[in-house]
Write a protein that binds this ligand. Structure first.
Ligand code: FE2
Length: 572
């Protein structure tokens, strides 16, 4: 039985399940080339069907999450969502109708915070269902049953059912969704049960989002930069934190001092007179404090040691590190697509659980998207006059040698990663122990803010040699770790100012990528490299060989390895 999950909001996408298998999952941004796309995920749905070799009429069950007032409104008036997308991404024209929105942006943000605490009203589900069904019928779907899933239940389903745990506490936290900003559930004997819900009004996610906006960055996108910037502040004691009582932990829930609308106004006043990095520090410190306290209380209350997490807040790798360090946490799992981009899969999983009792998926890797055969890649390369290419049996070794010579290389193979991180299938790779390649990368391709660190990929077995407090096998880059003193120099292009890194530990789930890092180890003594996503600054990760070649030309990059082909840019 096929179940299709779809999400038509922030970072829209689709996921296809067949019985207890995840067949395919992808996000719309990779097709429309608009980062964190918000439109209906027509392309992702088509890609899922194509991958499975089925037609729309073969799908009998479709699930989608979130029927709150604000989301329903944006389904009925999609241009509203589009304008907010442009405002958020700072792409709004400053003329005409968009210009009015631009000039009143302070008011627009406030309206959003007013709307988003409303939650689910009567008729919302019916209206949302009607709009989604119309889209599906237009695509050729015929006899299908359409289910709606609560937003935080969808997040919780991904955390619980992909974790591999038999028993775990499930924590979800984000900005807001369906009137909530978080939930605590237990997962035991295949049963997922919600125990507590945290109202949208009391949202640590909204606070972080507002701070991101007020330090001049894009909310729902640049939170990682705020986290990185926080480490450049002078340290403050928690008692000195200007935001310390904005969100309090009360047992198993959170309590905000102000509603989101009022909070935005108060924060605006604080931002006006506080250096940016200090405000970032306050938000980060508060987040770490709230998350660890809440996790601790919940684990104690239910006497559990396994913790699985999902929701946008858990993209905060530093807060995740603090959770991992808790005594109460024995095993942990962060769903790799923790933000709303992951809830298409969560909805499908939850409906599969309701209908068929399935609550356990094998989730060895996140390579769930499109792939291209050698022949398809060769066809594309042949058409491109500006490059030299040849099939290379020793691609991994040659890539390692170039990396060792301080070159950066594009690395493209197999199925595209699901989620925000490139994990060795659509990656740009460079030497971890040198700043030369990192600087080149920043200059030509990534244009990152100077304080934003790159991340490493390392052989799984090297992790304990390089990092402190390794607990678990982090295949998905979801946590920060302290780098051991003696390894900092060898990893200087991937270590943050506070000596932490966000590593991908590579095991047998990606053999060719492992081979590459093994060769690097032979050459340099350490099995670690710099791994950043294969995209130009501000663009989504590349999906196709055409995207890859275009990026190569635009960035004047010399070397690429793609599906076993060595490609050299003749124009560089
Ligand atoms: Fe969410």
């Amino acid at each position: 039985m096929y179940i299709l999950g779809i999400w038509d909001g922030h970072d829209s996408g689709a996921a296809l399940l067949e019985d207890n298998k995840i067949v395919f999952a992808s996000n719309e941004e990779r097709y429309t080339k608009r980062k964190l796309e918000v439109g209906f995920p027509t392309n992702s749905i088509n890609a899922a069907l194509r991958y499975a070799g089925i037609k729309p009429q073969d799908i009998e069950v479709v699930a989608f999450p979130t029927v709150e007032f604000a989301k329903t409104l944006s389904r009925v008036f999609p241009y509203q969502m589009e304008r907010y997308y442009k405002l958020r991404r700072r792409k709004l024209s400053q003329k005409g109708i968009e210009g009015i929105m631009y000039k009143t942006r302070g008011l627009q943000y406030r309206l959003k915070y007013l709307e988003n605490t409303i939650g689910v009203l009567p008729l919302c589900a019916t209206i949302s269902k009607a709009v989604v069904a119309k889209h599906l019928k237009h695509m050729g779907f015929k006899e299908f049953k359409l289910y709606t899933v609560d937003h935080h239940t969808a997040h919780a389903a991904t955390a619980a059912f992909a974790s591999g745990f038999k028993e775990a506490l499930i924590l979800t936290l984000d900005g807001y969704g369906d009137g909530l900003s978080g939930s605590i559930s237990t997962f035991e004997n295949g049963k997922l049960e919600r125990r507590h819900a945290i109202p949208a009004r009391d949202s640590i996610g909204i606070l972080y989002e507002q701070v991101t906006n007020l330090v001049g960055m894009r909310e729902l996108e640049d939170e990682g930069k705020v986290m990185a910037m926080a480490d450049y502040s002078y340290p403050f004691k928690f008692e000195e934190n200007k935001l310390k009582d904005f969100i309090r932990v009360e047992g198993l829930t959170l309590k905000a001092k102000y509603g989101p609308l009022r909070q935005y106004g108060v924060l605006e006043g604080i931002a006006w007179s506080t250096p940016r990095e200090q405000l970032a520090y306050f938000a980060q410190q508060l987040t770490e404090h709230v998350l660890t306290q809440l996790a601790k209380n919940a684990l104690e209350r239910y006497g559990m040691n396994n913790l699985a997490m999902a929701g946008g807040i858990f993209s905060n790798v530093k807060a995740n590190m603090k959770i991992r360090e808790l005594e109460e946490v024995k095993n942990w799992f962060v769903f790799p697509h923790m933000g709303d981009g992951g809830i298409a899969m969560g909805s499908a999983m939850y409906v599969n659980y309701l209908l068929n009792g399935i609550s356990n998926y094998s989730f060895p890797d996140a390579y769930l998207g499109d792939s291209f055969t050698k022949e398809e890649v060769e066809e594309v390369l042949k058409k491109e006059k500006g490059v030299y290419f040849e099939y290379d049996r020793d691609a991994a070794k040659h890539a390692a040698e170039l990396i060792n010579k301080d070159e950066y290389v594009f690395w493209f193979q197999g199925r595209m990663e699901y989620g925000p991180r490139a994990l060795g299938n659509r990656s740009i790779l460079a030497k971890a122990g040198s700043e030369t390649a990192k600087d080149k990368l920043n200059l030509y391709v990534k244009q990152r803010e100077w304080y934003q660190p790159f991340a490493p990929s390392m052989l799984k077995e090297e992790s304990e040699r390089l990092l402190e407090d390794v607990k678990g096998y982090d295949r998905f880059m979801t946590m920060a770790y302290k780098v051991k003193k003696e390894a900092v120099e060898k990893m200087k292009s991937v270590v943050h100012v506070d000596n932490t890194a966000r590593p991908q530990m590579v095991g047998e789930e990606n053999k060719e990528y492992r081979k590459l890092i093994e060769h690097v180890k032979k050459l340099e003594g350490y099995g670690v490299i710099l791994n950043t996503s294969f995209n130009i600054h501000g663009m989504p990760i590349v999906r196709t060989p055409e995207d890859a070649l275009e990026t190569m030309k635009k960035t004047k990059t010399k070397y690429m390895f793609i599906e076993g082909f060595y490609v050299e840019n003749k124009e560089v």
